[in-house]
Design a protein around this ligand. Structure first.
Ligand SMILES: [Zn+2]
Length: 473
């Protein structure tokens, strides 16, 4: 029902009529409550009038006295009153049976109205407000204010976990949130109602004591709750396994969770920390435009799958202008290329090209993300790199890589005259895999690689041959 706003100085006969027509049956207690309210309003008026001795003040006082008479004569004694933000505004509202918080369950519509209508902003300030810092360790008290329904719901779950009791939310709609203990015999009860015109809720009934026993299987312990609580822990230690996570929960909360629940909580926490991977992929186009806007001269290419028409991500190539210019102006004509597999739900491969700067440190040039390491993807990456670095005389350049088939072929195709050397670290990996393990083989191999003349290389290869004939082959 829409409540008419009535100013006491300009109260029209219509509103008096409206107030008179409120045909209300009231209990003795409610009458007392109303008369207290009316007394309070009158007292406030008196105070206002006392402080005003000027001619205008006296005039106002006379008008107010007349007004009070009209008020007392015409307004039904049964009407409920409350003060709004402005003290000069008093609003009668249509009510049924008024039940205070001490009464039993408030279940019908009229009861709700009475609870909704009796609060103003001034009152809210005096009530305890739920502190979100205590989100995982809540302490409820009567009249406590909550910002919204979700806050109450989460606080009830936290309360259940804190007290090791299963709590049930029995009513949850636009105006109320009721909860009780899952044990039917137990007296724990929580009733919160929404305040009029606000999204805030207030505890109207609260019975904090349980008569039931504790339980270590808490149904209120949901994976979403766990994921929020442990998000920071997962952020600092993302490799913590599910078993370890379960142990953490057991130690902290003294509650049991199933393997699956712990697994779900962990993945949700990772999602919270990293953001949803899918939505991040959807932002790639914006990212590309932003790179072009903020780094003019950079190359960024986002490729989509040709077979599908639904803009599915396929590959990305990026070379920043600063890297390009820096590499060409200060680094040797040497490029190292390598690829590595990406972890995460969608996998993929990261292809990189790095140079060596005058301090013998790595200098990143460009990178690409593709589905897999094949001759085609390497070819695509290297052709773009060739365009970006404007490589025409490829015989001036040296490439270093491991011995991947696709890569070796791609380098030969894109840079046919360039020198191509293999990375000794990768060679050593293959060397070890072939059965030549141990420090002696490693040192001998590196010595060969570090030889600066053909003769020296030949001598060092002889040493390697002495260790094992087949190693040289
Ligand atoms: Zn209980």
């Amino acid at each position: 029902m829409k409540i008419p706003q009535v100013n006491k100085l300009t109260q029209s006969p219509f509103e008096y009529e409206l107030a008179e027509n409120n045909n209300v049956s009231a209990t003795t207690r409610n009458e007392n409550k109303r008369s207290r309210e009316i007394d309070k309003v009158n007292r406030l008026r008196q105070e206002d009038a006392e402080g005003d001795d000027t001619e205008e003040g006296i005039k106002n006082e006379r008008v107010e006295k007349q007004d009070d008479k009209l008020f007392n004569d015409n307004v039904a004694k049964e009407a409920e009153w409350f003060r709004g933000d402005d003290e000069s505004q008093v609003v009668p509202i249509d009510i049924g049976n008024v039940e205070s918080s001490e009464d039993s369950d408030i279940d019908n519509e009229d009861d709700l109205k009475s609870c909704e209508g009796s609060d103003g902003e001034n009152d809210v300030k005096n009530f305890p407000i739920f502190n979100t810092v205590e989100y995982y360790d809540p302490t409820f008290e009567l009249d406590m204010i909550f910002s919204n329904r979700d806050e109450i719901r989460q606080a009830i779950h936290s309360q259940a976990i804190k007290t090791k009791r299963n709590l049930k939310i029995t009513k949850n709609d636009n105006v109320r949130m009721y909860a009780k203990c899952a044990d039917m015999e137990c007296g724990w009860k929580f009733h919160a109602l929404k305040l009029t015109g606000k999204c805030t809720y207030q505890i109207r009934q609260y019975e904090p004591n349980h008569t039931c026993g504790m339980s270590f299987r808490i149904k209120n312990l949901k994976s979403s709750w766990l994921s929020r609580k442990y998000a920071n822990k997962i952020r600092s230690d993302p490799k913590r396994n599910v078993k370890g996570f379960q142990v953490d929960i057991m130690e902290d909360l003294r509650c049991r969770v199933s393997d699956y629940q712990a697994y779900r909580a962990k993945s949700q926490a990772i999602e919270l920390v990293e953001g949803q991977v899918n939505s991040q992929y959807a932002l790639l186009w914006d990212f590309a435009n932003e790179i072009k806007r903020t780094n003019p001269g950079s190359t960024i290419i986002v490729g989509i799958e040709e077979a599908n028409c639904d803009n599915r991500f396929d590959r990305l190539y990026m070379c920043l202008y600063a890297s390009k210019v820096g590499f060409l102006s200060g680094c040797r004509h040497f490029i190292g290329v390598d690829g590595c597999h990406l972890k995460g739900p969608h996998g993929g491969v990261l292809l990189t090209a790095v140079g060596v700067d005058p301090n013998n440190s790595n200098f990143p040039i460009a990178f690409a993300i593709v589905n897999n390491k094949t001759g085609e993807t390497w070819g695509w990456f290297l052709s773009l790199l060739k365009l970006d670095l404007n490589i025409e005389k490829d015989y001036e350049w040296t490439f270093m890589s491991d011995k991947q088939k696709g890569l070796v072929q791609a380098i030969n195709e894109v840079f046919p005259s360039a020198d191509h050397r293999f990375c000794v670290r990768h060679l050593h990996e293959n060397f070890k895999r072939a059965g030549f393990r141990g420090q002696a083989f490693k040192i001998a191999l590196w010595n060969c690689a570090m030889a600066t003349t053909v003769n020296e290389f030949g001598r060092r290869m002889e040493i390697l041959k002495e260790l094992d004939k087949s190693a040289v082959e």
